[in-house]
Design a protein around this ligand. Sequence first.
Ligand code: TXA
Ligand code: MG
Length: 327
Amino acid sequence: MPDMPAFPLLRAAELLRAGELVAFPTETVYGLGADASNPAAVAKIFAAKGRPADHPLIVHLPDPGHLDAWAREIPDTARQLAAAFWPGPLTLILKRQPSVPDAVTGGQDTVGLRVPGHQLALALLANFGGGIAAPSANKFGRISPTTAEHVREELGESVFVLDGGPCPVGIESTILDLSGDELAILRPGSITPEAISKVLGRPVAVATRASAPRVSGSLEAHYAPRTPVDLVSSDGLIFAVRAALARQMPIAVLSSQAQPLSHELLTWRQAPALPAPFAQELYATLRSLDGLGVARIVIQQPPAGEAWAAVNDRLRRAAAGAGAEQA
Ligand code: TXA
Ligand code: MG
């Protein structure tokens, strides 16, 4: 492309205006962005990811002032939550404006919107001046990227990547559906139901999968390494490790416990004891353990409870989808 600015941010904005794709950092994971008002540009996202065309995309906005250009019949609760959590890892599902391309919404009457909490993303959005449609910058069904290097591993060198270093949150945004009568969390994230309830002064439900069929992040097999993943209790961990080693199986373990034995077939990765750092490292760790060529990845299940809900959700999906080649 001729006459592209050399400065990465300006070049990225220029590429978006030209209908091209740009990968960029957010506080959660790297996104693969396109001009959300340009259906031909949005179509390139689905092609690059190998993602089914009926899966809707999140539109990233420069600031909450853009809400009305994309959504209609916006309830007060949405404005309250936007004021409380944006810029930040909360996606609001709202009724869409008729102008929002079907390519973005998968033909649904709703649209997912968020203002990301990352300086480089906000600078790109401000320069671009409009909505950027962006799913996570990975191949469909695979582990989301949290560094620029991961994006290149997933999508190759042909996609322009704005490098903002490792993503500080590390797992995808909380998705809250405000388009119906009942508020429902469609995907757990670092913003918990408790934090949302606190702002609104009333409880929110966490939707079951059956009521959220159009959220691709809700597919059971998702965020998955190629290596089979076993989720085991802390009590079952040492038994699982010994059983694998007795069968001469090379394994990798992710556990908050200290390494109890050393063995040439055993790779031990100590996991953070708190949910935020666990989430921040999770995808990079899965990616690196997946690259070891071990027979299985054994993960000690973190505690139950709301603070760990988003991490446990991603681990369950990683275990469900691992080992299978997915579409
Ligand atoms: O943190 C994030 O949300 C990251 C960064 C890049 O912003 N993005 C992300 O995008 O995770 P993606 O496409 O991998 O996941 C977005 C989820 C999908 O599961 C999609 O189905 C859901 O949002 N979604 C988007 N629009 C929707 C809508 N109108 N109704 C229901 N779900 C929607
Ligand atoms: Mg994704």
